[in-house]
Write a protein that binds this ligand. Structure first.
Ligand code: FPP
Length: 316
């Protein structure tokens, strides 16, 4: 049974403590997304924090230094936990605060929990060292680790668009996830290379003379690294433009949350476009004041109105 948002506000001390734990994890670790999540009303903010804390746990298993088979086993433990959540088998006094908060959020909002299975599938691909020949191949991975997060988030945000509109909203949320993930991949080129990983499609790397990979602060000799980055930036921008069509389908504060998350990442993309080689030297980031500015713009609807008008103009 789905609880109403009002009844979700009256919650037991263990559930409140579980949400506080997830909010602390979000505040400390979601260096960019926390700015958007903070703009939501309390029940949605708590539910998004529960989703974030669960996703963080899955991601951390993938990123750690454990052996492949240990990582795979831990990911399957997480999947088993998810099954308990789905079957309503997590009690409020369970010792795992993330499970308690997620179980509560999944009762309060129509969250399509299968998206978290997809996330686990995506991180398993990563752990098993999957490589991507083409953008279509990479898209499968991005759909699992980011598109699914967009679709899960939409369950919390809700949309007033009716059944057919919901389907479209879900596609836009998925596409926005792809845009964020591709931006994230560009930003983390250096860090991933140090961990022995390149996510960018092999055929794009070949086209720009970068098949040798990246192992230092300068591009491979004779390559057109800037060309590669600009090519992927254009691809990300197209995805952002499509994904932004979600914004007018959301209520004001959910729209503000998405506009802040996407707005911060778009500014990262702007920086990367201006200085492609910066991603080989380290992680490109925005100062806190700039992220706060983007969040306030999201709340005032500035970004939403701008994008909606532009999107409509493009379509007519
Ligand atoms: C509709 C909607 C809400 C769509 C958005 C979906 C979404 C939030 C996808 C997240 C994908 C992503 C780039 C995660 C990186 O997390 P990270 O912890 O590595 O990020 P960080 O290092 O930038 O903090």
């Amino acid at each position: 049974m789905i609880r109403t948002v009002e009844s979700a506000l009256h919650m037991s001390a263990p559930v409140l403590a579980a949400y506080s734990y997830c909010e602390a994890v979000t505040g400390q670790q979601a260096r960019n997304f926390a700015y958007g999540i903070r703009l939501l009303p309390t029940p949605k903010r708590r539910a998004m924090s529960a989703l974030y804390a669960f996703s963080r746990r899955v991601d951390d298993i993938g990123d750690g230094t454990l052996a492949t088979e240990v990582k795979a086993a831990r990911l399957e433990d997480t999947r088993a936990l998810l099954t308990r959540v789905r079957e309503g088998k997590v009690e409020e006094d369970d010792t795992d605060p993330v499970a308690v908060a997620l179980a509560h959020a999944a009762e309060a909002f129509p969250i399509p929990l299968g998206g978290l299975d997809e996330l686990i599938d995506g991180v398993l691909m990563d752990v098993q060292g999957e490589t991507y020949e083409t953008w279509d191949d990479l898209k499968v991975y991005c759909r699992c680790v980011a598109g699914a997060i967009g679709r899960l988030s939409l369950g919390v945000f809700g949309t007033e668009a009716g059944a057919r509109g919901s389907e479209r909203a879900s596609e836009y949320a998925d596409t926005l996830g792809l845009a964020l993930q591709l931006t994230n991949i560009l930003r983390d080129v250096r860090e991933d290379a140090e961990g022995g990983r390149t996510y960018l499609p092999a055929d794009d790397l070949a086209k720009f003379g970068c098949s040798a990979g990246f192992n230092g602060p300068t591009p491979p000799e004779g390559s057109d690294f800037a060309g590669l980055v600009h090519f992927e930036v254009r691809r990300a921008r197209t995805l952002f433009a499509e994904g932004y069509r979600l914004l007018p389908m959301l209520d004001r504060r959910s729209g503000a949350c998405v506009a802040a998350m996407a707005g911060i990442y778009r500014r990262l993309l702007d920086r990367i476009e201006r200085e492609p080689e910066a991603v080989l030297r380290g992680r490109v980031s925005l100062p806190g004041r700039e992220k706060a500015y983007v969040a306030v713009r999201g709340l005032s609807g500035l970004d939403t109105r701008h994008v909606t008008r532009r999107t409509l103009r493009r379509r007519t």
